[in-house]
Write a protein that binds this ligand. Structure first.
Ligand code: SF4
Length: 109
């Protein structure tokens, strides 16, 4: 076997192993999330738009992309954070603890 064949085989093997590890990690993540969701009946994510300054910290810190910044006609001063995927919340509380204006509440119902 020539040197290049061995190198190519080695590279392909490493690539395949990385793909398998990535797939396993994704499956573990999905399982963890599903298990957590089973434990949670309902989660209520609320944003007080009178307090929200639209800086998007919640958008940045939420690991499951619950929030989107949107233009709301009744709050035209700035965009406001809207919990568009509240059902995906995993109760990590990152948004609650990092919101600079304490505009977000997250509660189990
Ligand atoms: S508690 Fe965590 S998962 Fe739920 S909305 Fe806030 S940042 Fe997202």
């Amino acid at each position: 076997m020539c040197y290049n064949t061995v190198i190519n085989f080695s590279r392909k093997l490493t690539e395949d192993m990385n793909n398998i590890r990535l797939t396993q990690s994704i499956k573990i993540l999905m399982l963890d999330r599903a298990d957590i969701k089973r434990l949670i009946e309902m989660v209520n994510v609320k944003v007080d738009w009178n307090k929200c300054n639209g800086d998007g910290v919640c958008v940045d810190v939420c690991p499951v992309d619950v929030f989107e910044l949107q233009d709301l006609p009744e709050h035209s001063d700035t965009q406001k954070s809207v919990p568009v995927r509240a059902d995906d919340c995993i109760l990590c509380m990152a948004c609650v603890t990092q919101c600079p204006t304490e505009a977000i509440t997250v509660e189990e119902e």
